[in-house]
Design a protein around this ligand. Structure first.
Ligand SMILES: C[S@@+](CC[C@H](N)C(=O)[O-])C[C@H]1O[C@@H](n2cnc3c(N)ncnc32)[C@H](O)[C@@H]1O
Length: 247
């Protein structure tokens, strides 16, 4: 899996989002990271992109995830790397972040909001702990409005578990006190990533079957094919938001 990730995304952190290395590099600039600044990566999984951003910019970092599995992988990796920055690993719910008010200079999350139900609570929790005027950068997958019932069903099946949202992200952000500075459509690179991933999984098919078993591999390939087709039909989109506190 790491070989595939290196080939497709340019990283090997065990990522489960669709953030490539070039997108992570763009996030570093948008987040204005430098040594001494304090970054929070919410829903960090095994440390992507937070650990990479801390290593490349020298910023201090807190990783938050539920459950503990990904944090343990991140901890092992962190212990192997030499760095002067501080890294905290925090087992916590993204909707109830256990940090003091205004204690971070930057926040990022990669495809987190489409993996949970309580999107507004997470946006509010982030708002409380970010210093006023500082950036939060995040990617999210969503379903475009006004699809037919059958297209909407296809999008739901091919998207992440909680891809559905009653309100648009613009509206959720406005309701929770955020101002949108930039909203970039990155669906094209998401589509390319899906196609590249499919090709890579086919190329490493034999090795994957040996480690994960044929049923798992076939299911993964089928899911990727469905997502590729749904993306080709314009039924899912992925966006990158840069937001600041409006309060
Ligand atoms: C799409 S994955 C992204 C993981 C990682 N940032 C990456 O890029 O590979 C979303 C992550 O959010 C975490 N997550 C989901 N719900 C959460 C919650 N309520 N609180 C904290 N983390 C959560 C999951 O465990 C998962 O690691």
């Amino acid at each position: 899996m790491l070989k595939i990730e290196r080939r497709v995304c340019g990283c090997d952190y065990g990522a489960s989002s669709w953030t490539t290395r070039s997108e992570a590099d763009r996030m570093a600039v948008l987040l204005e990271l430098r040594p001494g600044s304090r970054l929070l990566d919410v829903g960090s999984g095994s440390g992507w992109p937070g650990l990479y951003l801390s290593r490349t910019t020298g910023c201090d970092l807190a990783l938050v995830d539920l459950p503990v599995f990904g944090l343990k992988v991140a901890q092992t990796r962190r212990m192997k790397e030499t760095s002067n920055s501080s890294v905290w690993l925090v087992l916590a719910d993204a909707a109830a972040l256990p940090f003091a008010h205004a204690s971070f200079d930057a926040i990022c999350h990669a495809d987190l909001l489409c993996c949970l139900l309580c999107k507004k609570a997470v946006l509010r929790a982030c708002q409380n702990i970010l210093r006023p005027g500082r950036p939060m950068v995040f990617s999210v997958i969503s379903i475009p409005p006004r699809l037919s019932e059958s297209d909407h069903r296809r999008a739901l099946e091919a998207g992440p578990e909680f891809v559905a949202s009653k309100s648009s992200y613009r509206s959720l952000l406005a309701q929770t006190g955020w101002t949108v500075e930039e909203q970039q459509d990155v669906t094209e690179s998401f589509t390319q990533l899906t196609v590249d991933r499919l090709e890579a999984e086919r190329a490493y098919h034999r090795e994957l079957v040996l480690s994960a078993g044929p049923e798992t591999v076939e299911r993964r390939i089928k899911n990727l094919e469905e997502r590729r087709d749904v993306l080709a039909d314009g039924l899912l989109k992925r966006e990158l938001f840069v937001v600041k506190s409006a309060r």
